[in-house]
Design a protein. Structure first.
Length: 258
């Protein structure tokens, strides 16, 4: 440490001494100054030690922070890698889910189309069923009407037959006539005998068609003149007198056979 200033050491006091044999030298006349180098050295050494310690602590702190930064960076990179992997998994699941949705949408559209087709087919079948039912009902009604008409016709035929049986028996005996079937429901065969005295057993016959309201002679034996036969048919179809027709047919056979 520097010594304090001494006022006795003024400029006048520092002027050179008189040259004499007993005068002191200039070096001996200089003041004794203590600059405190040891103290300064100690203080510099302490400062250096503290500075070195500060630098060492700073270096260690920097190293620790750098290591921690590297650790944190590695953790961040690992987290980033894991997150990237999670993102890839999520993207894959999203794509799979989207494909599933598209597939379900396609299946739903196909199902709706199938349902629409089935509905149309069902409606068509229902409409066809209703038409068929209506046709069946109309047909059944027509059948019932025909059955009623046939029943009424059968009743009329039965009543007419009960009335005609005695008359028919009379004509069979009176005209030497017998009636047989001709192999079909709508035909009758009328056979005459005892037509000629010279051939008393000889027979003649004709087949009568009854399919329609008007009678029709289909076959005869012997063969009759067609014009004469048509005239007889016109008469019977007009007056409906079947007994007189049988009598005229016998006479026509006799005339032809003679």
């Amino acid at each position: 440490m520097l010594s304090s200033f001494d006022p006795s050491l003024s400029a006048s006091g520092m002027r050179p001494p008189l040259t004499s044999a007993y005068a002191p030298s200039m070096a001996e006349s200089l003041p004794n100054i203590n600059f405190g180098f040891e103290d300064l050295r100690n203080r510099m050494a302490q400062f250096t030690a503290r500075f070195d310690a500060f630098i060492e602590r700073g270096r260690k702190q920097v190293l620790e922070e750098r290591n921690q930064f590297r650790i944190n960076l590695a953790e961040l990179q690992e987290d980033q890698r894991m997150k990237q992997r999670d993102i890839e998994i999520i993207n894959l699941k999203s794509q799979t889910h989207e494909q599933t949705l598209q597939k379900e949408a396609t299946e739903a559209a196909e199902m709706h189309a199938a349902i629409s087709s089935i509905t149309l087919e069902r409606d068509s079948r229902l409409a066809k069923r209703d038409r068929v039912k209506q046709q069946i009902a109309e047909t059944q009604k027509a059948i019932n009407q025909r059955l009623e008409a046939q029943k009424a016709h059968s009743q009329n035929l039965d009543a007419q037959a009960r009335l005609n049986i005695p008359e028919l028996e009379f004509w069979q005996e009176y005209l030497c006539l017998r009636i047989e079937g001709a192999g079909r429901d709508d035909r009758l065969k009328f056979i005459y005998s005892h037509l000629l005295e010279k051939d008393w057993e000889g027979e003649a016959w004709f087949e009568l068609g009854t399919a329609s309201r008007d009678y029709d002679v289909l076959h005869t034996r012997p063969k009759l003149d067609r014009d004469a036969l048509n005239r007889e048919l016109d008469i019977v179809n007009e007056d409906r007198d079947f007994g007189a027709f049988l009598k005229r047919m016998r006479n026509l056979f006799i005339k032809t056979m003679k």
